[in-house]
Design a protein around this ligand. Sequence first.
Ligand code: FAD
Length: 407
Amino acid sequence: METMFAQDIEDLKNLYSFSKEELDILERVDKAADEIALPEFENYLNRKVNMAGVQIAKKHGILGLPVKKEYGGLGANALVTALAKERLGQVGLSFSSFYNVHVFLTQLALQRWGNDYQKEKYLKPASKGDIIMAFGLTEPDAGSDPSAMQTTYEKRGDKFVLNGSKYLITNGSIANNEIIFAKSKENKGEISAFIIDTKSNGFSVSMQLKEKIGLFASDTSMLDFKGLEVPKEDVLGEIGKGMHVAYSSLMNGRMGVASASVGVIEDCLNAVLSRAKERVQFGKQIGKHQLIQKHIVKIAQNLEMARWPTYFAAIRKIAYEKDPDNKDLEREIDKRTALAKKIASYSAWDSADHAVQVFGGFGYSLFSPVGRHYCDTRVTRLYEGSDEIMELKIAAHLLGDDFKAFN
Ligand SMILES: Cc1cc2nc3c(=O)[nH]c(=O)nc-3n(C[C@H](O)[C@H](O)[C@H](O)COP(=O)(O)OP(=O)(O)OC[C@H]3O[C@@H](n4cnc5c(N)ncnc54)[C@H](O)[C@@H]3O)c2cc1C
């Protein structure tokens, strides 16, 4: 098992008693991560979506890791899931972004809000990796403020008809089914969530965004809906309650981003420890130059700052998952996941910067792991709620709702 990952599990054994089954799941994820690493690297350089990584994850049966066994998953709790996501984060944020959307943003939403029919039709195949899922909330004019969305739905007989577009959608062009949020044409304020089929007439991918500054092995697409028909059975949650679905998905997603960021910091630390011992300048290993030691210490500091709020949020989330209608617990998890995401994503970005400095010119190349992390980590401070939105959310939790600076 990867050494630093094994050490994390050892540390946590002081706080949490892992069952044999949970340790087996983590072993399985560790093996899958080892296998995913090479296609992640090759696809990253070729700017192709890491579909081989998806097949490997499917083979190891980890695509429904936190989903209940009755729906085809492994039934892992929030802490085991966070550790698994951390291990995948070490491999790279492209695969990790695929995973966040396919598992956290969509499958957990189907499990929480879906009816029996939807769980059978979408959740079971998604957890097995037989279908791929995407999540479409953002639009060109509605990012941090989803209430400004312009995609509409209209009821026609026993169907809903969607018109509009979505923007920056991870897995958007590789997914079979997507959870899409739209606003009622008749009742303007009302937002609902729909499970759409990408083979339906009226669905198209207008662009696959290749001109990104990172995540080169992840799909980011722009989608158009023109008269896209959705059967009424595929409304997710109650009609008009789409933002409940979106907010709970984002809370799960933020946990995933925080955990993956911890993994990135670990990979940066591993990489600089090796490099500092191997690379010789001025007749000695660069790790013997004290200014290089300072960079390494900063990454180690970032790791401690990032992993404990993430683990603690995950441990508290176990309680919330057992009692999802408990509003006090929900508020606590909302705050803890926002804090964990804010701290871990910033720490990962900062760690990648220090790691590139230790690597020198080679660190500026995408052949180096730290160069890839440097390009990729920037997005973690934007997607699934930007730094600023996390700060406003945390402030509202601390000061009270009267001080809420956003809606
Ligand atoms: C690679 C990638 C993948 C993505 N995948 C998905 C996906 O799968 N599904 C999906 O729905 N979306 C996805 N997104 C979209 C992402 O969630 C949004 O980019 C993000 O929510 C920010 O929205 P925005 O880009 O429109 O920025 P804006 O909302 O326009 O914000 C611009 C700046 O203003 C700040 N800001 C906004 N409002 C306030 C405020 N009230 N106070 C202070 N500052 C404020 C923001 O923090 C930011 O710094 C993805 C984005 C990227 C880059």
